[in-house]
Ligand binder design. Structure first.
Ligand SMILES: [Fe+2]
Ligand SMILES: [Fe+2]
Length: 165
C-alpha cells in the first residue's frame, strides 16, 4: 500500500509535477510536499558524498539540512490548516527509498538542480499567493526563499568544480 494519496506517483519529480498543478495546496498535498522535502535531505547527502572537496560537501549538506527544515515547516502548515500528520520513518517514504546513496556531481545534473531550486522558489510563491491562511502563506514563502538560496549554493558548487563559463 502506498503512503501517498491517490494520484501521486512514487517518484519525486512526478509527485512534484502533480503538486505544481495545485493551488492552494490541500492538507493531503502538504503531506506529500513534506515527504518530498525530507527526500531532498537525502538527495543532497547523496551528492555531498560524491563531491570532491570539503567546501562543496559543506554547501550541499547545508542545503540538505534546510530541506529537512522545510518538511517541518510543512507539518506546521498542515496543523494550521486543521490537519494532523506525523512523518513516516524516513526509510518508508517512497521518495527517500528511490534516492540513490550516492549521486555523481556531473555538470548537467547540477545545472538541472540549480534550475529546479529556482523553480521551487517560484512555485512556493504561487502556492503562497493562493493560500487563504496568512501564516501558512508566510511559511510557504520562507521555504521558497530558501530554495532560491539552495540554487545559489548549487551554483557555487558548480563554480568551484569549474562547471560554469
Ligand atoms: Fe525545500
Ligand atoms: Fe531546496
Amino acid at each position: 500500500m502506498s503512503l501517498l494519496p491517490p494520484g501521486f506517483p512514487d517518484d519525486v519529480f512526478g509527485a512534484f509535477e502533480v503538486l505544481k498543478g495545485r493551488a492552494p495546496l490541500s492538507v493531503e498535498d502538504l503531506k506529500v510536499l513534506a515527504m518530498i522535502e525530507v527526500s531532498g535531505e537525502y538527495l543532497y547527502q547523496a551528492i555531498a558524498r560524491a563531491a570532491p572537496d570539503d567546501e562543496c560537501k559543506a554547501l550541499l549538506k547545508r542545503n540538505g539540512q534546510e530541506e529537512r527544515g522545510h518538511a517541518h515547516r510543512m507539518l506546521k502548515a498542515i496543523y494550521l490548516k486543521g490537519g494532523e500528520f506525523t512523518l513516516p520513518a524516513d526509510g518508508e517514504i517512497p521518495f527517500v527509498r528511490n534516492t540513490p546513496q550516492e549521486i555523481p556531481t556531473n555538470a548537467e545534473f547540477l545545472e538541472m538542480l540549480a534550475d529546479a531550486e529556482d523553480g521551487g522558489d517560484e512555485i512556493y510563491a504561487r502556492w503562497a499567493d493562493a493560500e487563504p491562511d496568512a501564516e501558512v502563506a508566510r511559511l510557504l514563502r520562507l521555504n521558497g526563499r530558501e530554495e532560491a538560496r539552495h540554487g545559489e549554493r548549487v551554483n557555487e558548487v558548480r563554480k568551484r568544480l569549474g562547471m560554469t563559463a
